[in-house]
Design a protein around this ligand. Structure first.
Ligand SMILES: *[C@@H]1O[C@H](CO)[C@@H](O)[C@H](O)[C@H]1NC(C)=O
Ligand SMILES: *[C@@H]1O[C@H](CO)[C@@H](O)[C@H](O)[C@H]1NC(C)=O
Ligand SMILES: *[C@@H]1O[C@H](CO)[C@@H](O)[C@H](O)[C@H]1NC(C)=O
Ligand SMILES: *[C@@H]1O[C@H](CO)[C@@H](O)[C@H](O)[C@H]1NC(C)=O
Ligand SMILES: *[C@@H]1O[C@H](CO)[C@@H](O)[C@H](O)[C@H]1NC(C)=O
Ligand SMILES: *[C@@H]1O[C@H](CO)[C@@H](O)[C@H](O)[C@H]1NC(C)=O
Length: 469
């Protein structure tokens, strides 16, 4: 959602490298507390009890977030100083939302899956699914808030009133905008029909509104320094007279602004996931150990040091870095398997100041990168895709690319990506508009783009460039 503006700012400043108006970043602050996502889609990881012992005795990591509710993992953290966030599967939400049986279902779930492990394990957060609003299934989306309410009710009645209920959101919950934080609002339907009630729920239950800000999915070579907390010209928000020198802070303040516009600026914001990979497809600019280190250091400073953001100064945010380990069995692009902070032998992949022995460690990237996944086959037919209309205004199409890349993975249209060629705005816009359309329920309105998009039943994929379907 930000790139157009950043690009303009950099161009106007006559300094695409973006180093002139720079304040040098402060040195890393060691020993800040932080949470991590503990995903385990891998065949080379240590036992959960060894992981728990390592985190508790050797690191400043004080929270973990699980993507499921596996009892082996939950009980591994029993009697440690580390708190645990657990995630219910998306598929469970409709049964929890049911008006007549949902509460009973929630109570049974809590009794079977939580009560046996608490309080030995300090479970502090129960997450209703993951990035539900990305789902093309309207029934799942409608189930989200009722399911959260039933879970909170069940936790209270079963004697766990301090366990909070939340759900992580992708940044596509924000409406398209020019990237100035003060201009942000939630997407139109959600802004009136979902978020006021959800934020009221968070206020009533003192639970955080959880977002997954990923500058990694929005940067391009021109905005790399801005995305990585490196010296750059930044962007200026005329409404607040604040300067932004990192995309992460601009994304956090965009979320906050959207909340304030609904009257819920007092609700706590938590970061469910954020991170940067150490490897990606060969030739991708901006990915590596140093890049991951710079991003995560900057994010730690914003979230854990008490620095806060321009609109939320001096605040700390409950934050879960993505991710504890590389996950060698994860599908998708190479980067998906290379977000890890630690190797399986617990050697840090790079130094983030998280080790309590205080020693700085040399970068130690994992030596055996996993092989590239075979590309997903395109579907055999019956699908629909969204593409840019022939002859659509190219500045409108450029706008579609700029904000679309705030919501969807734009790696394929970047230099070296499978859809970079042909390198023109029509082709790049089609790729982005389609990815957005597919992620937002294939509705005609998700392909409207102010009249510049059109739905087609023929797959626009070509060569290695596979359109999302
Ligand atoms: C945690 O500590 C309690 C009290 O010392 C003990 O009874 C329990 O077995 C321990 N739980 C685990 C899973 O280690
Ligand atoms: C559980 O974890 C939270 C968050 O880290 C902490 O504030 C709380 O004191 C912990 N509770 C116990 C009993 O250790
Ligand atoms: C963004 O905010 C500026 C003032 O800060 C305003 O002039 C502009 O119209 C806004 N743009 C949008 C798209 O809301
Ligand atoms: C923000 O940056 C602009 C342009 O670099 C500069 O003129 C202005 O003084 C800065 N404002 C603040 C509040 O730092
Ligand atoms: C944030 O902390 C700084 C330094 O301690 C202080 O000057 C400033 O007033 C604080 N701002 C807010 C909004 O609390
Ligand atoms: C495209 O639209 C912009 C504003 O929306 C306008 O300024 C420009 O003239 C248009 N270009 C063409 C080729 O129609």
């Amino acid at each position: 959602m930000l790139p157009l503006l950043i690009l303009l700012t950099l161009l106007l400043a006559g300094d695409p490298g973006g180093t002139s108006a720079a304040t040098p970043p402060p040195p890393p602050q060691p020993n800040l507390p932080i949470g991590v996502n503990y995903g385990a889609n891998a065949d080379n990881l240590p036992a959960p009890t060894a992981v728990a012992a390592f985190l508790a005795s050797k690191t400043t990591i004080n929270r973990v977030k699980l993507f499921d509710y596996n009892p082996t993992f939950i009980s591994a953290f029993a009697n440690t100083s580390i708190s645990v966030a657990i995630t219910l599967p998306n598929s469970l939400l409709p049964s929890l939302a049911d008006k007549s049986t949902g509460l009973t279902t929630a109570v049974s779930w809590v009794r079977a899956n939580l009560a046996p492990y608490v309080p030995a394990t300090n479970v502090t957060l129960l997450l209703a699914g993951n990035e539900i609003l990305l789902s093309p299934d309207p029934n799942l989306i409608l189930a989200l808030l009722p399911a959260m309410r039933r879970l909170a009710q069940a936790l209270k009645s079963e004697g766990f009133p301090s366990i909070r209920v939340s759900t992580p959101h992708y940044l596509g919950i924000l409406a398209p905008s020019d990237g100035i934080p003060s201009n942000a609002t939630f997407r139109a339907g959600y802004n009136t029909k979902l978020f006021p009630s959800m934020l009221q729920f968070h206020r009533d239950t003192k639970s955080p509104f959880m977002v997954n800000p990923y500058p990694y999915f929005s940067y391009n070579p021109q905005t790399l320094n801005y995305a990585l907390f490196r010296p750059n010209a930044g962007i200026y928000d005329p409404a607040t007279k604040l300067n932004y020198t990192s995309m992460f802070e601009a994304q956090m303040d965009a979320i906050y602004t959207a909340m304030v516009k609904l009257g819920y600026g007092d609700v706590e914001v938590a970061v469910g996931e954020a991170g940067w990979p150490t490897q990606a497809e060969a030739g991708q600019v901006g990915v590596g150990v140093k890049e991951a280190q710079d991003f995560n250091e900057g994010m730690l400073r914003v979230c854990s040091s008490g620095k806060g953001t321009p609109l939320m100064p001096n605040r700390t945010f409950e934050t879960y870095l993505f991710s504890l380990f590389d996950e060698n069995q994860k599908p998708g692009p190479v980067a998906e398997r290379h977000f890890g902070l630690f190797n399986p032998d617990f050697a840090p992949v790079y130094d983030l100041g998280l080790l309590t022995d205080g020693k700085s460690v040399a970068p130690n990237p994992s030596p055996n990168p996993s092989p590239k996944p075979s590309p997903k086959p395109s579907p055999s037919g019956g699908g629909t895709w969204c593409v840019a209309k022939n002859g659509a205004n190219s500045s409108d199409l450029q706008n579609n690319i700029n904000w679309g890349c705030g919501y969807v993975d734009c790696k394929p249209i970047q230099t070296g990506g499978a859809c970079f060629d042909p390198n023109n705005v029509q082709a790049h816009a089609s790729y982005v508009m389609n990815a957005y359309y597919q992620a937002n329920g294939h509705t005609d309105s998700a392909c409207d783009f102010k009249g510049t998009g059109t739905v087609t039943s023929s797959d626009p994929s070509y060569g290695d460039c596979k359109y999302v379907s």
